[in-house]
Design a protein around this ligand. Structure first.
Ligand SMILES: N[C@@H]1[C@@H](O)[C@H](O)[C@@H](COP(=O)(O)O)O[C@@H]1O
Length: 268
């Protein structure tokens, strides 16, 4: 796990955008895994800027989102499809027919939908780079604590903590779904690279558990310790409970020299 600590959230977003841009520019048919939540919004803004300045084009990129609420219409402003359209897809040259979310409409079988999503990822050649945020309870996607580390795309019941954390995004008269479809932890671990962004003090405990805690279903993000290419981008507040901050900063300086010479990716 490569832990990189930045002064602030904007630097985290700029660094994440650099990883995405290098992938998009390097691969003929990049497959990008995307996340929702407030953390990656600044990444998407940075990517839109890079598109506007012609540093990148999304025309050959295919995307798979981590999760989506169950039975939600894509025109509902609370749907993650709406989130992706308004934060990224509507502002770049991506072909929307190549952007996928693990949807499950009313009446559809969530188990069959989960299997179909896994198959689609496989047919696209697998995910090159998966963007992740982290929940305050250590969840990734909607893989709540106790999720199997071998889980695949499926229906998941959200925890009270996640519902409370996300309730800020819903107005009082709006229905807040309690069920979601999410890529599983094994699905996420299959990505060639994973890039987790975490900012703010309220993520510090989850970040500590993920980076230095035991690999455990109680902290789903800790499964990333088993990933060959997991990069964790943190601002100082999110890194504040890590004991080895000096070491991470020093190791990053060494890595930067290698990155400057050989690029960020090594196994394409
Ligand atoms: N399913 C999403 C996660 O993918 C996201 O990482 C998490 C944290 O969101 P935020 O970045 O808003 O803190 O919230 C949601 O539950």
């Amino acid at each position: 796990m490569q832990v990189i600590i930045f002064d602030d959230a904007q630097q985290v977003a700029d660094s994440a955008a650099k990883w995405v841009a290098e992938l998009i520019n390097k691969k003929a048919k990049p497959v990008l895994g995307l996340a929702t939540g407030s953390t990656p919004i600044s990444l998407y803004q940075a990517l839109v800027k890079k598109y506007q300045t012609e540093e990148i084009s999304f025309k050959d990129t295919c995307t798979f989102n981590l999760d989506e609420y169950l039975g939600i219409d894509e025109n509902n402003v609370q749907s993650y499809r709406h989130f992706m359209n308004t934060n990224l897809f509507d502002h770049v040259d991506i072909d929307k027919s190549k952007t996928f979310l693990p949807t499950c409409a009313q009446g559809e079988n969530p188990r069959a939908q989960g299997l179909a999503y896994e198959q689609m990822i496989k047919e696209a050649g697998g995910i090159d780079l998966q963007i992740l945020g982290i929940g305050a309870n250590g969840h990734i996607g909607f893989n709540e604590p106790t999720s199997s580390l071998a889980s695949r795309t499926r229906i998941k019941t959200l925890t009270q903590q996640t519902l409370t954390d996300n309730s800020r995004l819903f107005s009082a008269d709006e229905f807040q779904p309690t069920l979601a479809m999410t890529m599983g932890i094994a699905t996420i671990l299959d990505a060639r690279y994973v890039l987790l962004m975490a900012t703010g003090e309220n993520k510090a405990k989850a970040v500590k558990d993920m980076v230095t805690g035991a690999v455990s279903a109680m902290c789903p993000a800790s499964a990333l310790q088993m990933h060959e290419n997991a990069i964790v981008l943190l601002d100082k507040a999110a890194a504040s409970q890590l004991e080895d901050q000096e070491y991470y900063l020093w190791a990053d300086q060494q890595n930067n020299k290698i990155n400057d010479e050989f690029g960020l990716y090594h196994n394409y």
